[in-house]
Write a protein that binds this ligand. Structure first.
Ligand SMILES: *[C@@H]1O[C@H](CO)[C@@H](O)[C@H](O)[C@H]1NC(C)=O
Length: 184
């Protein structure tokens, strides 16, 4: 390969780095937009919470402490984990939920893109917060496992999905509240 070719590759590489670090700087803003959008889509994909599901309601107890660590970096990592878990939950058998497929796809795509972006930015920057990261990771895993088991136990029926959707809504609202506070 000639020198011109190498210079071109070098230019492309350095531009890519600049673009991705710019995107990383806008991460908190972008994150809030994704959360707002996800909340909107969660409402759009289904109807109001069905009366007949009220008595099946479960308390999953979101581990709020994962969103209150001392360093900002660990919150970013926790949020990424939460997005991944939500993405995973909503990729289960949704036949009986009978939700709006378009809103659901948009919801999943939004989470997926944000997970990729967060992975590129957050994990690289904050590898030294490993210990509190592990503790948070475990708490979140337990919480989402409860939801996953509940859905499995109920064989992904309508009520188990509506209850999970309401729970994910609360979870995202909580993140929304925390990220607003972090900014100030
Ligand atoms: C999803 O659930 C429905 C209803 O219970 C069932 O008929 C269908 O076979 C399931 N699909 C998969 C891929 O498991």
């Amino acid at each position: 390969m000639n020198t011109i070719g190498l210079i071109q590759i070098g230019l492309i590489l350095s531009c890519t780095t600049i673009i991705s670090s710019l995107q990383c700087n806008h991460l908190p803003l972008q994150q809030r937009k994704v959360i707002e959008n996800s909340l909107r889509l969660l409402d759009k994909m289904g109807k109001k919470f069905p009366q007949q599901c009220l008595r099946e309601k479960m308390s999953f107890k979101f581990p709020t402490q994962v969103l209150q660590p001392r360093q900002k970096g660990t919150v970013g990592v926790a949020i990424e984990e939460i997005f991944q878990h939500i993405f995973y939950i909503f990729s289960k058998n949704l036949t009986l939920a009978a939700w709006d497929g378009t809103a659901l796809d948009e919801f999943q795509n939004g989470l997926y893109l944000q997970i990729e972006q967060l992975e590129a930015c957050v994990i690289k920057k904050h590898t030294h917060y490993r210990r509190s990261k592990e503790a948070s990771r475990l708490k979140l895993k337990k919480y989402f496992q409860k939801i996953d088991s509940f859905l499995k136990y109920k064989q992904h029926d309508l009520c188990s999905w509506e209850i999970s959707r309401a729970e994910m809504r609360r979870c995202l609202q909580l993140i929304d509240k925390v990220t607003r506070k972090l900014k100030n």
